[in-house]
Design a protein around this ligand. Structure first.
Ligand code: HEC
Length: 141
């Protein structure tokens, strides 16, 4: 009786060992396929609404007005499509002083206000881009 149990246990063990080794050998090569970077997904424009009113300090709204109507510290944000593409606007928002330095219209515009537009602290490239898209495509006017 005891011998049979031991034999069975031994058998079971060797089956387990064999199947482990077997699965190792049969492991499919997963890294051979064409691993592609995932397509860039555009963020929802609604993300920009929160960024506009509180994503950086002072907020965009503080200087440009809650609806972009313009305020004491910054110009109205309408008709932007005449001067900007999304890419240009995203790069301006990422670093306004650097961008304005190469653009006479912006330098002149900045001169009408108490201070030029500062770099929005805490914004990353994706924040600047969704903001640019929203200003050109979705901002309520
Ligand atoms: C401290 C005030 C201030 C803050 C904060 C500010 N801006 Fe400005 N913004 C300005 C001023 C002044 C200008 C004029 C150009 C310049 O200074 O470079 C300007 C220019 C702009 C322009 C170009 C307008 C045109 O006629 O082409 C856009 C677009 C803009 N701001 C969007 C934003 C957004 C989006 C934010 C928030 C991320 C923001 N601004 C935050 C003051 C501000």
């Amino acid at each position: 009786m005891e011998r049979r149990l031991l034999t069975l246990t031994g058998l079971a063990l060797s089956v387990v060992v064999a199947s482990c080794t077997g699965s190792d050998d049969a492991a499919p090569a997963t890294d051979g396929g064409a691993a592609q970077a995932p397509a860039v997904e555009e963020r929802p424009l609604s993300d920009a609404v929160a960024l506009y009113s509180g994503g950086t300090q002072p907020s965009c709204a503080f200087c440009h007005g809650a609806k972009g109507e313009g305020a004491m510290m910054g110009p109205a944000l309408d008709g932007l499509g005449e001067d900007w593409t999304i890419d240009e606007l995203a790069s301006f928002i990422s670093d306004p002083p650097a961008y304005a330095a190469d653009h006479a219209r912006l330098t002149e515009l900045a001169g009408r206000y108490q201070m030029p537009m500062p770099k929005p602290s805490g914004f990353d490239a994706s924040d600047s881009r969704v903001m640019a898209r929203w200003l050109l495509e979705g901002m309520p006017r």
